[in-house]
Design a protein around this ligand. Structure first.
Ligand code: CDP
Ligand code: MG
Length: 139
């Protein structure tokens, strides 16, 4: 799998961190092959995060992801999903390795600035959630 999905979450967009985060990702070797800014409604947020349905943070998470604009990007590089998870760092910014995106910019386990597809949770499904084939540019 050479593609994965990145979401810059509403906390980061609000704090004007989109540019810094995209530079970080580009410097790590990812090519942006699709990108858009959008605002999900709760139904869309709930569907995107349906894998977490039933967990104690699900409702909070759906409200959070639909609380403001997000930037979604499809990224390409060899072994993209595990590589992006490494660059993004652990879910909890306090536990994320120094220099990772969440370590640098995250404020709490919930408001952790980005989503990155989990390698074992179907990254292609997440890419297809936001992008049609025609909206991805490879050359
Ligand atoms: O995003 P990641 O795959 O690292 O973590 P997850 O366990 O799949 O959880 C998805 C998202 O739910 C996280 O990125 C957090 O924003 C949020 N979350 C939370 O608010 N509280 C938790 N205890 C765990 C996750
Ligand atoms: Mg996850």
């Amino acid at each position: 799998m050479d593609k994965t999905l990145l979401i810059i979450k509403p906390d980061a967009v609000k704090k004007n961190l989109s540019g810094k985060i995209l530079k970080h990702i580009s410097d790590a070797g990812f090519q942006i092959i699709g990108m858009k800014m959008m605002w999900l409604n709760k139904e869309q947020g709930g569907r995107f995060y349906e894998i977490h349905k039933g967990k104690d943070f699900y409702e909070w998470l759906v409200n959070f992801i639909s609380s403001g604009p997000i930037v979604v990007a499809c990224l390409k590089t060899p072994d993209a999903p595990p590589k992006l998870r490494e660059v993004v760092g652990a879910t909890d910014p306090k536990k994320a390795a120094p220099g990772t995106v969440r370590n640098l910019y995250g404020t709490s386990v919930g408001e952790n600035v980005v989503h990155a597809s989990a390698p074992d949770e179907n990254p292609q499904r997440e890419i297809d959630f936001f992008f049609t084939r025609e909206e991805l540019f490879t050359y």
